[in-house]
Design a protein around this ligand. Structure first.
Ligand SMILES: Cc1cc2nc3c(=O)[nH]c(=O)nc-3n(C[C@H](O)[C@H](O)[C@H](O)COP(=O)(O)O)c2cc1C
Length: 178
C-alpha cells in the first residue's frame, strides 16, 4: 500500500469482526517488518509475546484489562504483549548514557510498535494499542522475566465498520522552526 494511504488507513480499532482468524505466518511477517525499526545502537530490546491460546486470551480479556479495553479488544484474533529488556538500550557497561536511562528502551519499543501497527494495516488488519493493563498479571501468565518491562498489549483483527478519524493538533502546536 502507498505510504500516505497506509498511515491514513491505520486507526485504533475498537470494534472487530467476530469469527475471523489470522494465521501464524501472517503474524510472523508483521513481526519481521517490526524488526526493521531503528533501535538504540541496534540493541533490539523489544519482545513480543503472541497469545493465541483461548484460555490465556480469556484470562487477559477478563482479568488483566479494564472493562473499556476488554470491550475494545473483543473478537481479537490474538493478544500481543510487548515488553523490552531493561538496562541495555541507553546503557554502556551497565551505566546509563544519559538522564533517560530505560526510557530509551520504551522509546525503541514504541518505534517498533509503530512498525507493527503499520505493517498490520498493510496486511489489511487492524490493531489497538492498550497501555492500561495489569502488568504483574501479564508477567505471571506469560512467565515474562523480571529483566523485561511490560509495556502495551495489542489486539489485532479485522475492523467491523469504519473507525472515526481522531483529530490532530495544528502543526504549529507541535513543530518549532528556527
Ligand atoms: C502508548 C499508547 C497507549 C494507549 N492505550 C490505550 C488504551 O489503553 N485504551 C484505548 O482504548 N486506546 C489506547 N491507545 C490508543 C489511543 O487512544 C489512540 O492512538 C489515539 O486516540 C489516536 O487515535 P488513532 O490511533 O485512531 O489515530 C493508546 C495509544 C498509545 C500509543
Amino acid at each position: 500500500m502507498e505510504f500516505k494511504e497506509l498511515i491514513k488507513r491505520r486507526r485504533s480499532v475498537r470494534s472487530l469482526q467476530a469469527g475471523r482468524t489470522i494465521d501464524k505466518e501472517t503474524i510472523e511477517e508483521i513481526l519481521r517488518d517490526t524488526q526493521m525499526a531503528p533501535s538504540y545502537r541496534n540493541s533490539q530490546t523489544g519482545r513480543y509475546y503472541v497469545v493465541c491460546d483461548p484460555e490465556k486470551m480469556a484470562k487477559i480479556s477478563n482479568d488483566l484489562l479494564p472493562e473499556r479495553n476488554r470491550l475494545g479488544s473483543r473478537n481479537t484474533c490474538a493478544y500481543i504483549v510487548t515488553t523490552f529488556v531493561k538496562g541495555i538500550a541507553g546503557f554502556t557497561n551497565g551505566a546509563a548514557d544519559n538522564e533517560l536511562g530505560d526510557e530509551w528502551g520504551a522509546y525503541d519499543l514504541g518505534l517498533q510498535n509503530a512498525y507493527f501497527v503499520l505493517s498490520a494495516s498493510d496486511h489489511g488488519l487492524d490493531t489497538l494499542i492498550m497501555g492500561i493493563r495489569d502488568a504483574q498479571g501479564l508477567r505471571a501468565l506469560l512467565d515474562i522475566p523480571e529483566e523485561e518491562e511490560v509495556a502495551a498489549v495489542l489486539s489485532i483483527g479485522y475492523r467491523d465498520g469504519e473507525p472515526a478519524l481522531r483529530p490532530r493538533k495544528d502543526l504549529g502546536e507541535i513543530a518549532f522552526f528556527s
